[in-house]
Design a protein around this ligand. Structure first.
Ligand code: SF4
Length: 678
């Protein structure tokens, strides 16, 4: 028997837990703890424990497929690549667009970015996580300079106070939840602000159960109290920030008094005052996630959290800072690699003439690269297609499923129908492939080398543990084959992941000091790592911010989001979110038997009593335009008048209902009614 333990990282959330894939005689048989990782120290959540199961699913794509007479039929790689190259050659750069993927490696994303800008000559490149996490990138950069977590996961255990908002961290990022508990056991006060009293909230020393959609009111109320009680860090504000006076004037308006905020948010004034006192202590860390970034006012929410930490001087030391918990495993890496319409790698702006020249010269495309102007975000791509302007005609999607991940499924389907030519590259025949002209089988995390970058900017290695099914290939190799068929073999001539990494690192200042050799000895390195003798950066902004003048910026936020209005006919506010067992659209976790469970709808105990609904009853949830059935779960975790359902379970035919809802706690929701199915 040949037994191997291959180190890699989990394919689900952005925590970036490390484990060994256990391989017996060439077949994956499980995962084993890897205690060397400073992120998870050998521990895993249920998703990570079952991460190996979907790899051998019989539903994996094994061969290229080409649509003929309306049906996707098996084809050879040569037929598929030739057809794609011929088709893409027929379109103008402005007619092509690309979706890259936070589920694939940094190398895959870099190669896709180079393909879009160098071969298709378009800046219309994006990825679906923009739908919930783009504001993390943009808004933190507005305040501090870098679009990323300011501290490190291990340092969270050193905080004296932890404030969590918009995150069911114990379910979505359980190994970060573990750090919260570690801090709490060392004496830290843990505050959780969430409209639901989830397990994350129930463990808190102080739970602020605010009305969905009133995040800004609550945060401004806390800052109002900090100012009223003169708890701000005047020295930090004077030495390291800009914009304080204007910010102060807005936050001190009577609208944000504790009493007024209490009335709007449903959080008692004394809890708001207590939170202000605790957060003003030296050593407070803020954690947030998609509960406040999947909203119409997400940028303002992030600015508010940055303001809070600037006001109290809680940035730039261990156990302080702002910690966005990113969704997909390599969402940070996909952003770092320039899979966005406005940036090359390392957030170098495409409109910057010097940056444009740098990439044009380094890549050496004889016919140039995409012009120095920003392309379309994914939402703009979909809107353009929906408008039937004919502007966009061809799309290449790698490792994404916009039909399910778009906030509005009907919108996504109507958009994809307008395409003349669609290539889908994935590990399963997903719902988006139903619109594809060509489907290409790719490898999954266990079958590839490469790197990923987790939510705390930590670059880690993946190692190939087993062979892919059938003829599936690495994403970057597929892209390189298409580029070669289109006449660009020289620019895509790498032989290994390491060669791709060396090229991307040479063009990306925060990655410049990272290499496969260094990752082999250091195991992981956090960017910025500007040179080979730099050990990486655990904490950003210890001395200076990454802005033009080195000072952070107060950006006051005032805008609230609107919920759908409830009425007599639809008296409940319906929201959705995630649970511990599944990830994202569930395409991988739902194929892991150890993690699969049935779906449910949560209703408050008092509401359930009135409607004579008990846990386990079959119920029907009805909104203005859709309905779905589920099993009731009666709970005190949610406020009266609200309903909650995890977003992973719903079948495709009913997904519209959930996707049309702002999908996480704190995001507001839709008006709905509920009926017991007799
Ligand atoms: Fe770690 Fe997230 Fe994977 Fe769970 S899902 S093991 S928290 S990376």
């Amino acid at each position: 028997m040949n037994l191997k333990y291959v180190p890699t990282t989990c394919p689900y959330c952005g925590t970036g837990c490390s484990f060994f894939l256990v391989v017996r005689d060439g077949r994956l048989v499980g995962v084993a703890p890897r205690s060397r990782s400073p992120v998870n120290e050998g521990k895993l959540c249920p998703r990570g424990m079952a991460a190996w199961e979907f790899v051998a699913s019989p539903e994996r794509l094994t061969h290229p497929l080409i649509r003929k007479n309306g049906e996707l039929v098996p084809a050879t790689w040569n037929e598929a690549i030739t057809l794609i190259a011929e088709k893409f050659r027929q379109y103008q750069p402005s007619e092509c667009c690309v979706l890259s993927s936070p589920r694939t490696s940094n190398e895959d994303n870099y190669v896709m970015m180079k393909f879009a800008r160098g071969v298709l000559k378009t800046n219309h490149i994006d990825h679906c996580e923009r739908l919930c996490h783009a504001s993390i990138v943009d808004s933190l950069a507005d305040s501090f300079g870098h679009p990323a977590m300011t501290g490190s996961i291990p340092d969270l255990a050193k905080a004296k106070c932890i404030f969590v908002i918009g995150s069911n961290a114990f379910a979505q990022h359980p190994l970060i939840g573990r750090k919260i508990i570690e801090a709490q056991r060392s004496g830290a006060t843990y505050i959780c602000a969430d409209p639901r009293k989830t397990f994350t909230g129930s463990q808190a020393d102080l739970h602020l159960q605010f009305h969905a959609g009133t995040d800004i009111m609550l945060l401004n109320g806390i800052m109002h109290e900090i100012l009223l009680q003169k708890l701000e860090n005047t020295e930090f504000i004077a030495e390291r920030t800009n914009g304080f006076d204007e910010f102060r004037e807005i936050i001190l308006q009577p609208e944000y008094s504790a009493e007024n905020v209490a009335e709007s948010c449903g959080v008692p004034a004394e809890k708001i005052r207590a939170t202000a006192k605790l957060m003003a202590l030296p050593g407070c860390a803020v954690i947030y996630s998609s509960g406040i970034t999947k909203q119409g006012n997400s940028a303002e929410n992030i600015h508010s959290l940055a303001n809070l930490q600037l006001l109290t001087g809680n940035v730039g030391r261990a156990g302080t800072g702002v910690h966005p918990l990113r969704g997909q495993n390599n969402i940070q890496g996909a952003c770092d690699m320039g899979a966005q319409p406005f940036y090359f790698t390392g957030y170098q702006r495409v409109e910057d003439a010097d940056v444009h020249k740098k990439f044009e010269e380094a890549w050496s495309f004889s016919d140039g690269i995409a012009p120095a102007k920003t392309g379309y975000e994914i939402t703009e791509m979909m809107d353009s297609l929906i408008s039937k302007s004919g502007e966009l005609k061809a799309m290449y999607i790698m490792g994404e499923n916009p039909v399910l991940s778009d906030l509005d499924i009907n919108h996504a389907k109507a958009a994809l129908e307008q395409l003349e030519f669609l290539v889908v590259q994935d590990i399963f025949l997903n719902e988006t492939a139903g619109f594809a002209d060509v489907v290409l089988p790719a490898v999954c995390f266990a079958e590839r080398d490469g790197t990923q970058t987790n939510t705390e900017r930590r670059v880690q290695r993946w190692h190939k543990a087993c062979e892919p099914p059938g003829e599936a290939k690495a994403d970057w190799e597929i892209i390189a084959s298409i580029a070669s068929a289109m006449g660009y073999a020289e620019q895509f001539s790498w032989k290994t992941y390491a060669e791709v990494f060396d090229e991307l690192a040479s063009l990306t200042p925060p990655y410049a000091g990272i290499s496969y050799d260094r990752l082999a000895s250091a195991d992981s390195i956090q960017w910025p790592c500007p040179s080979g003798d730099h050990s990486g950066t655990q904490i950003l902004y210890t001395d200076t911010f990454a802005t033009a003048d080195g000072r952070a910026v107060f950006l006051p936020a005032v805008r609230q989001i609107e919920n759908e209005k409830t009425d007599e006919q639809y008296p409940f506010l319906f929201t959705t979110g995630r649970c511990i067992f599944h990830w994202d659209t569930g395409s991988m976790t739902r194929k892991s038997s150890a993690a699969n469970t049935g779906n449910w709808l949560e209703i408050n105990t008092a509401d359930a009593k009135k409607l004579e609904i008990s846990t386990g009853d079959s119920v029907r949830l009805i909104t203005h335009d859709a309905e779905i059935s589920a099993t009731a779960r009666v709970t005190e975790e949610i406020l009266p008048g609200t309903l909650f359902m995890p977003s992973h379970y719903v079948e495709f035919t009913t997904k519209e209902l959930v996707q049309n809802t702002m999908p996480t706690p704190g995001c507001g929701g839709r008006s709905a009614k509920i009926e017991k199915i007799i």
